[in-house]
Design a protein around this ligand. Structure first.
Ligand code: GLY
Length: 329
């Protein structure tokens, strides 16, 4: 195993160097310092069909030589403010008590991270997460504390429950379902986004209103660094979508970055994470999960537990929606 890992690690290092037009000698050194000698092609990868619009906004940042961090924040904000997306931000499905509660996080190329969970009445939790990262010594603020922090930093309180989301919640209430959880109601969920900028730096962000009609106070994977998102600028980045409970239990995004560190491709790493869920967890109707990943060389990949997951890739001036490979039909 050690030999294979070493071989794979050497191969990926060599292929990254080859993509940068560098000789295979002193690969590790050149990868650490390639910024000054190479032109990096920016890219953005994000979850679901709502990723297409989010990628557009992020791309505008990248093509003006903006940072990956600014790009992912700008991209995720598009999904957060779209009332037709019922799984993120404004228009998101409420919890079982009728409150829209939001989770989000962000992570930059230096390993800085910020996160908010169980945040109410703020349209852009990803931007609050960024403020947590930049203005506090903490990583995560939740609930009333997160709301107070947001208001102190210029965010405004808004009603995020749209009439349509309220109507559907009342319908659900009347049915008095035993299981107060639904995912992928419209074949989408969390917006997870990863970007590489023209300096070759990686950042990521994700944001969600979580599982529809969840228990009040429930927090999913999206604000948890290592579960919904992980970025290591030396290796790559990953983000998750699907049932947060399943993703948290395997520390999904961190697992994928560590697998890439040991030589797995982004797609292979995502597949191993999905297989880990399948092997270790009870398969219920609610259980679905998918991952996207990018490595330092700009290779991307994704894998889903079930059929239906799509991801959006903006690369080489083209923004494409891609059907993801999966384990279960
Ligand atoms: N992946 C979103 C959530 O479970 O909350």
């Amino acid at each position: 195993m050690t030999t294979r890992r070493k071989f794979l690690s050497a191969s990926i290092t060599a292929s990254a160097a080859a993509m940068m037009g560098l000789s295979s000698k002193a690969n590790q050194k050149t990868i650490d310092n390639y910024k000054s000698t190479t032109v990096i092609k920016p890219l953005i990868i994000s979850t679901w069909h709502h990723g297409i619009a989010a990628n557009e906004a992020a791309w505008q940042v990248l093509i003006q030589n903006g940072s990956a961090l600014d790009a992912v924040e700008a991209g995720v904000r598009v999904t957060e403010s779209d009332p037709t997306i019922t799984s993120v931000g404004y228009g998101g499905s409420p919890d079982s008590d009728g409150h829209v509660t939001l989770d989000a996080c962000i992570m930059d190329h230096l390993g800085n991270a910020g996160s908010v969970a169980f945040l109410e009445n703020i349209m852009h939790p990803v931007s609050v997460a960024r403020k947590v990262m930049e203005l506090t010594p903490h990583v995560m603020l939740v609930g009333d504390g997160a709301l107070m922090f947001a208001l102190e930093n210029g965010f405004e309180k808004e009603n995020l429950l749209t009439p349509e989301a309220e109507r559907k919640w009342r319908e659900w209430l009347n049915k008095r379902e035993d299981v107060p959880q639904k995912i992928n109601e419209q074949y989408h969920d969390t917006i997870g986004m990863l970007a590489i900028d023209t300096n070759g730096n990686l950042s990521g962000a994700c944001s969600t209103s979580g599982v529809s009609y969840k228990y009040r106070g429930r927090v999913g994977d999206s604000p948890i660094i290592g579960a919904g998102l992980f970025v290591d600028n030396e290796v790559g980045a990953a983000s998750a979508t699907g049932l947060g409970e399943a993703i948290i239990k395997i520390a999904g995004s961190h697992l994928i970055v560590e697998l890439m560190r040991q030589g797995d491709s982004p797609k292979a790493a995502c597949k191993i994470a999905v297989e880990r869920i399948l092997k270790k967890q009870k398969i219920t109707k609610q259980l679905d999960a998918a991952f996207i990943a990018v490595n330092k060389a700009g290779e991307t990949g994704a894998f889903a537990l079930r059929k239906g997951f799509q991801y959006a890739l903006y690369q080489n001036n083209e923004n494409r929606l891609i059907d993801c490979d999966f384990l279960i039909e």
